[in-house]
Structures are given as C-alpha cells and as structure tokens.
Design a protein around this ligand. Structure first.
Ligand code: FMN
Ligand code: SF4
Ligand code: SF4
Length: 302
C-alpha cells in the first residue's frame, strides 16, 4: 500500500509510483499507518543546550508529530498512551542516556508498553551504542525500536581545554548536515524502512568501554555511586563572582539550585546538561571539570 504525502490518496496495489492527482511520488505506508494509527507520532526530548530540541522539532515539523520537552507541564502518561509511535530524543553523555531521561522513562515505563520507538541521539562526535542503551531501561520485548539514529552536533562542554569553541560557520555546517540526514530519515520512516544505528555488536562493545566508567549499569535509572556520572552529579560549584541573579535557579531542569538568603547553593542533583554553565552571565559556575567556562555555548545559530 502506498500513500501520497500531499493529498493522502491511497494506492491499494502499492505499484503506482506517482500520484494521479498531484504527481507527487507515493510512499509505502509505514508501520504505524498500516496499523491504522494514521501516523500518530509523539516526539519527546530532553535538551540541555538546544541541539536535541532542534532535532526533535525538525522531526516533528517534517512528520507532523506532536512534540514536547520532558520538562514541560504535560500529562505525559495520557500523551504517550494515545500515540502509537514515540520518538525519544536525548543528548549522549559518555555513551549513555542522561539521568533526567532515564528517570523519565522509568516513571512512564508502563505507558510505553507495546509502543514503537524511534530513537534520536545527539552527540559531538561519537555515541557507541547510544541509541540502543535506551532500550536497557525497558523490560525485554516491552517496546519495538523501528528507527534509531545519531546526529553529530556542536559541542556544549565549555570548561575544558581539550574541547574548544568553534565558529558559527562550523556549527551551521553541522546543522545543515543534520538537516539533510533528517530528510533522509523521514523518507525512510514513511517508506517503512527500519534502520537501527548503535545496535551492532561493534557499537555495543565500544559503547561499553565508554559507558561503563560514566554510568556503570545501563539498566539503572539512578546514578550509581563511584561512577563518573555520580561524581559529576555532585560536582557543581558556584564561584565568588555570582551576583545571585537567579538565572540558574530558574533554568536548571533538575531544580538543583536554591537561593538561600542570597547564596546560591547546589543540591547535588545535577544531570550534567551544561545549561547553567553556558548561560550564567557571570561565568561563575563550574560543572564536572573544576574549571570555569572559557567560552559559552549559545545553541544553534539562527
Ligand atoms: C556530560 C556530557 C557528556 C557528553 N558525552 C559525549 C559523548 O560521549 N560523545 C559525544 O559525541 N558527545 C558527548 N557530549 C556532547 C553532547 O552530547 C552534544 O553536544 C549534544 O548535542 C548536546 O545536546 P543538547 O544541546 O541537546 O544538550 C557530552 C556532553 C555532555 C554535557
Ligand atoms: S546564573 Fe550565575 S550569577 Fe546568576 S545566580 Fe546563578 S551562579 Fe549566580
Ligand atoms: S546544575 Fe546546571 S548542569 Fe546540572 S542539571 Fe542543572 S542546569 Fe544542568
């Protein structure tokens, strides 16, 4: 069965190439359309500094999918239950799923039962099995992954000497590449093609090397003592240049800051997203590495 993406005309035989009405190329119905769900997709994302938001929204525009940040004030159980396919989008941290996304999935694990998953991971350079590790949080055969992809995006770690700031031109180049990749992915999904980046044995092996020291057991939704993630969770430091503007208090997705009579105090509950460090006007915050930021990542240039 094929469908015209413009006028929605269905060709039962699946043999006609172009729509008789408008001449547009017909696509094979994807799995959720075949199941009669009419392309009901929901995109859910966590994004520390904007890269993953960009990818999730791009997908949502192209596929006409509802799209929410997991930080939004939404009845997520109801939303997940009423959609047949869910695109879960997150940045990769040490080849693993961010703590905030793991906690979200663990909270909604029952709502996800029987869903078709599309997984989009954003990375600086390399994710190993970053899209696959999400499935470790679910019980066996709980969900079916129908597509998984990794997108290389700008780096947001701004307080270590070995990762330097790049030009807007280089960010724009990466973004254009991601745009082209997303076009291809949406075509694939509409045609019912299944591609699962990060699911090979090789990716799994590499992911293990990078992921184990960062998070330990990938099935664990919480941060495990002794891991790099656990140390980073407790690593936020506020320097003397802080002027108590409260920006970090308002923007932190983990509500990790408290203003205690003018003193900003971290509460050891950081998902290491690098949002606060990149938006503090005083460059007063350090996370993970003890250095202050040398520069600040402002997200994808408009
Ligand atoms: C704590 C942390 C760990 C990261 N680990 C990796 C990594 O293992 N591999 C990689 O390619 N990028 C890594 N990155 C880069 C981010 O995944 C990348 O910049 C991502 O697109 C940021 O997305 P966001 O803007 O939606 O937060 C890491 C970033 C952070 C903050
Ligand atoms: S954003 Fe920076 S200056 Fe403002 S309260 Fe937080 S640490 Fe202080
Ligand atoms: S403290 Fe900063 S890095 Fe940690 S979760 Fe909050 S905003 Fe993100």
């Amino acid at each position: 069965m094929k469908r015209c993406p413009k006028c929605n005309i269905i060709d039962e035989s699946g043999e006609i190439r172009f729509c008789a009405s408008c001449g547009t190329e017909l696509f094979f119905l994807n799995r959720f359309e075949r199941a009669g769900h009419g392309g009901s997709i929901l995109a859910l994302y966590f994004s520390g500094t904007g890269n993953t938001k960009y990818i999730a929204e791009l997908f949502s525009q192209k596929m006409d999918a509802a799209c929410y940040s997991i930080e939004a004030d939404v009845n997520f159980s109801a939303e997940i239950q009423r959609h047949s396919s869910i695109a879960v989008c997150y940045p990769i941290y040490g080849s693993r799923v961010p703590l905030i996304m793991r906690e979200f999935i663990a909270k909604h694990v029952d709502d996800f039962k029987g869903k078709q998953l599309i997984v989009f991971v954003t990375q600086l350079a390399f994710s190993g099995d970053g899209a696959r590790v999400l499935t470790d949080i679910f019980p066996l055969n709980h969900v079916e992954v129908i597509y998984a992809a990794h997108f290389s995006m700008p780096n947001n770690i701004s307080n270590t000497f070995f990762l330097r700031q790049r030009s807007d031109k280089s960010y724009a180049k990466k973004t254009r590449k991601a745009d082209r990749k997303m076009d291809k992915i949406c075509r694939d999904i509409k045609e019912g093609k299944v591609k699962k980046r990060g699911f090979s044995i090789f990716a799994k092996l590499i992911g293990k090397v990078q992921g184990k020291p960062w998070q330990g057991d990938s099935r664990n939704p919480s941060a495990t003592k002794g891991t790099m993630e656990y140390k980073a969770k407790h690593s936020v430091i506020i320097g003397a240049s802080c002027n108590a503007c409260n920006i970090c208090v308002k923007c932190c997705p983990m509500k990790n800051f408290e203003n205690m009579q003018g003193i900003i105090t971290p509460k050891d509950n950081c998902t290491v997203c690098y949002r606060c460090i990149n938006c503090c006007p005083q460059k007063a915050i350090s996370v993970w590495f003890s250095q202050k930021p040398q520069w600040q990542y402002r997200g994808i240039p408009k």
